[in-house]
Design a binder for this molecule. Structure first.
Ligand SMILES: NC(=O)C1=CN([C@@H]2O[C@H](COP(=O)(O)OP(=O)(O)OC[C@H]3O[C@@H](n4cnc5c(N)ncnc54)[C@H](OP(=O)(O)O)[C@@H]3O)[C@@H](O)[C@H]2O)C=CC1
Ligand SMILES: O=C1OC[C@@H](O)[C@H](O)[C@H]1O
Length: 372
């Protein structure tokens, strides 16, 4: 497949030309008229024959209708409960605020629906455990939307690191950064404690997930956690040091409060993961949205030379497209474990629980209370 150029990629990842749908296409409904749904679900679904976005429910039915019209969604439901209860719907997309993930995902699973659930999965580890075991007991797919993992560039970077590790070079250090200035207002759900806000939940969940995913190592302990508190028990920036099993040190920086026009913003604006072994430093820049742009470099510590690897744009689709394709495959397989576990980038239930466990541990280490 040839790779499109930068502007073609930006256009493609945002484009929404519709393909003809399969007669047995999955039918998915959206909980809430959320901002993330158009790029994360509605657009990508238009490219896929095997899934149709059939409805959206909002707390205000007028808002749901306007959203449906704007996004070419054929139907609306008068409430979240009504959407979940609809027997014509196979799957639910849950992009509600973090603090509502558990309640509405549980309801959807209880109603027999497969769920694509926005990150972070729940407010804390205990809730994640409950949801995962409920999904397993009902043989339903529950996927936490760590979309970046499914993109060809992420798969390539992981393979690169893992191959080097397997050749006798264990990871010594790893760092993941996702730090932006104040792009959301103070009233945003991300800073609302009642809705399980906080930066460790928001950008932090990606940094933790990427450390675990690319290293293939679990977190042994959280050794330090330094928050910048923006309101009671809400972190606007978090820096933490983790110890991974086997001894490697991991650092995360997550922020949504970097000062505009500062050196800090300049240094941290691009999400970046760096993995260091005894002899090499692997870097994956813009690992979160590699469909738009990314770079992968390998620096040889002895010679100081840096190799720039070919970019992996594939067909130029977004991370969300690849994620949705994986979700559909899992559901279509009947949640067959052999199929699901072989999907590159898949986020197994235990992975979701492990990620929430680290978020809890960061909050504990920072002297903050867990989200509820
Ligand atoms: N995967 C990704 O790249 C991204 C993921 N996210 C995740 O998606 C989720 C939603 O984020 P985002 O789309 O930016 O958020 P929005 O604020 O745009 O949407 C959240 C939706 O939740 C509904 N809602 C229900 N109860 C409340 C309440 N008490 N207060 C506020 N909203 C409520 C609203 O729906 P209604 O229409 O019913 O009023 C609203 O549309 C978060 O969990 C976030 O972490 C966010 C951005 C990127
Ligand atoms: O991808 C993202 O970028 C910005 C964040 O605040 C958001 O919630 C996250 O999912």
């Amino acid at each position: 497949m040839s790779s499109p150029g930068f502007f073609a990629r930006v256009k493609l990842v945002n484009s929404a030309h519709s393909v003809v749908k399969d007669t047995d296409a999955l039918r998915i409904g959206i909980l809430g008229a959320a901002n993330i749904a158009p790029p994360a679900l509605i657009g990508p679904a238009k490219h896929l024959r095997s899934i149709i976005v059939v409805s959206v429910a909002a707390r205000d039915p007028v808002k749901a209708k306007a959203y449906a019209e704007k996004n070419d969604i054929p139907n609306t439901h008068a409430s979240y409960d009504a959407l979940i209860a609809d027997p014509e719907i196979d799957c639910i997309y849950n992009p509600l605020p973090n603090g509502l993930h558990y309640e509405w995902t549980r309801k959807a699973l209880e109603a027999g629906k497969h769920v694509l659930l926005e990150k972070p999965a729940t407010s804390n580890e205990a809730q994640a455990k409950e949801l995962i075991s409920l999904a397993q007991s009902k043989n339903l797919v529950l996927l936490e939307a760590f979309h970046y993992r499914f993109h060809p560039a992420s798969l390539k970077f992981r393979e690169l690191v893992q191959t080097h590790v397997a050749s006798g070079h264990p990871i010594q250090k790893i760092q993941s950064v996702m730090a932006f200035p104040m792009i959301f207002g103070k009233d945003d759900i991300r800073f609302n404690l009642k809705l399980a806000g906080g930066i460790t939940m928001d950008a932090g969940c990606y940094t933790i997930n990427s450390i675990r995913y690319f290293s293939g190592l679990e977190v042994e302990s959280v050794e330090a956690a330094k928050p910048k508190i923006v309101s009671e028990n809400v972190d606007g920036r978090m820096e933490a040091t983790l110890r991974l099993k086997g001894g490697a040190e991991a650092k995360l920086i997550a922020s949504l409060t970097n000062p505009w026009l500062s050196v800090q913003t300049y240094r941290e604006i691009l999400p970046k993961i760096t993995v260091e072994t005894d002899d090499k430093i692997f870097t994956f820049g813009v690992f979160l949205l590699p469909g738009v742009y990314h770079y992968i470099t390998v620096k040889d510590k002895a010679t100081g030379k840096t190799e720039n690897l070919p970019k992996q744009y594939g067909g130029g689709f977004s991370t969300y497209y690849y994620q949705l394709e994986a979700f559909v495959k899992a559901v279509k397989s009947g949640n067959n474990k052999d199929v699901v576990n072989a999907i590159p980038g898949w986020v197994p239930g235990e992975d979701t629980v492990a990620n929430m466990k680290v978020i809890d541990a960061v909050y504990k280490q920072a002297g903050m209370s867990l989200r509820e």
